[in-house]
Design a protein around this ligand. Structure first.
Ligand SMILES: [Zn+2]
Length: 120
């Protein structure tokens, strides 16, 4: 039996209400880091495929009416509100910084509201 006072790098993990597993803190941090890296990789791959990852609100240009939507397969699309037809234009809003996006159609700069960027 390991005396926990002698091993300050060990922590207890409770499973099944009774079992205590001691695992070095470094191993736990390594596991957390692996999960975070896997999530980050999956998010980048999804974005590369055009999937909307819901890390911000959908955009709508107040000047030309171009707006974003998510297709049934999860891809981010844009269409013009007044067209009445939801058909992807292929245009994508360009991120200027964390809260500003540039409309690809009319170059209008759109600012996200505070409550839309609360994922820090
Ligand atoms: Zn626009």
């Amino acid at each position: 039996m390991i005396n926990q006072q002698d091993r300050s790098d060990l922590v207890g993990i409770f499973r099944g209400g009774q079992t205590i597993i001691l695992k070095p803190v470094y191993d736990l941090l390594h596991d957390i880091s692996k999960v975070a890296n896997a999530f980050s990789t999956a998010q980048r791959q999804a974005e590369a495929l055009g999937v909307f990852t819901s890390d911000r609100e959908l955009l709508e240009c107040p000047d030309c009416g171009l707006l974003e939507d998510v297709a049934s397969d999860g891809r981010l699309i844009t269409y013009y509100k007044e067209d009445g037809v939801i058909e992807d234009t292929g245009l994508r809003f360009q991120e200027v910084d964390r809260v500003h996006f540039c409309c690809p159609s009319c170059k209008c700069i759109i600012e996200l509201k505070d409550e839309e960027t609360n994922h820090e």
